[in-house]
Write a protein that binds this ligand. Sequence first.
Ligand SMILES: Cc1ncc(COP(=O)(O)O)c(C=O)c1O
Length: 479
Amino acid sequence: MGVLRRQGVEPTVVLQELDALAADDVDWADGRLMSGIYDPGETAHDLAAEAYRRFLAPNALYINLYPSAAAMEKDILDSVIELLRGDEQVAGSLTTGGTESIMLAVKAARDHARAHRPEITRPNIVLPVTAHPAFHKAAHYLGLEVIMTPVDTTGFRADPEAFAAALTPDTILGVGSAPNFSHGTIDPIEAMAAVASEQGVLFHVDACVGGIYLSVLRRMGGMGREVPAFDFSVPGVTSISTDLHKYGYAPKNASLVMYRDRELRRHAMFVCSATTEYAVINPTVLSSRSAGPVAAAWAVMRHLGEEGYERIVGETHQATGRVLAAIADIDGIEVLADPEIAMFTLASEEVNVFELDDAMKARGWTLLPQFACGGGPANLHVSVTWTNLPHMERFVEDLAEAVEELRDAGPAVDRQAMATAVAELEGAPLDHKMISLAGLAGITGDGVPEKMAALNTILDLLDPAERDQILATFVNLMS
Ligand SMILES: Cc1ncc(COP(=O)(O)O)c(C=O)c1O
């Protein structure tokens, strides 16, 4: 029907319509959404909203017109660089998210190599299988090859020897995560950065999700476990991405990319003054952008202060420890790895985790299914944040109940039969395959089914490249 009608309507009506649109959205504030929400609580939330509103219109592109935006960005960078133990040489930019920060770090590495290692004609980046898809996206956009390396399948941390062995004369960037999103574990950054540096290769630490959390935790003494060094204190680390809109508890969209020095940052720049337009001078991918997220992030950090972050990290870390201990007592389910942050994955040899996902959904919880990969089984990701804390005991109770229910009932999805059907479709044209798989998954044409276990099981059985193709085709048709 579209939004634009002949006549406009009053703001009160518009707001009612927006509320009606949101009626089917997940209720993130009820504390049972277990990923993708980082809200600092009512006071800081409202403050962020007000700060956002005041700076909604200013275009942060024009720092000459809005020195406030530049000043806020500098304040934020100064504080986070200090948290990450960078010196005065470190320089960065505020971006719209982890993906943009990573895109810029990869572009900087590519253009740095063009300038300093011109003999490289087919550049590649080397990353563990646990690295975020944003690196694959950056490589795709920037014309680079990706070499993936294994992780150990109990700890889900990168194998530094495999990483070293994967570096080639054409490698322009190595990557480690602190932590990776999937399992919440920190790669051996010191060992990896040392190898990269020996070979003259730049090294990026993806601390998008955990940079602020882990730095605060380190300053608090680690709460019983040493936080491995992952920041600019590690020789060989040449860039780091850290999101403010994750465990920095700022609203979206706000992230930082930081470079060891300005010489490297220079390679992230894009400048063009060769058209009839105004000269474009961009240290980031976006050009025009609202100063709202900058102001909101500044306001949250100013309001919480170090003490506020320590309270949030401390309580979240403790609560997660209690949850992990309680899950260890639930038969039929396990936590993969031994996470260093308030994120973990649930796997099971007894029940289909995708059925468990549906069973938890029936109890009001939203978890995040992840497919089997890199030697690890399919699992459900859980991120614990401030909003979830009052509900974590209930989470464990519901989880125990759901696992028991599924163990008693036996599998509803016949994985073996689906594996046979998927195997029989090998080599079939994509269209035919999609129709057959959709039928198998119970997709009727009215969007995705309420219970996702069958669909997720099928997707889990597919080869990743084929799965990507099917997902791209499906989402392209649906949206
Ligand atoms: C470790 C890590 N890196 C990068 C990203 C991408 O961040 P964004 O979604 O803000 O683009 C994420 C998102 O969850 C992440 O967890």
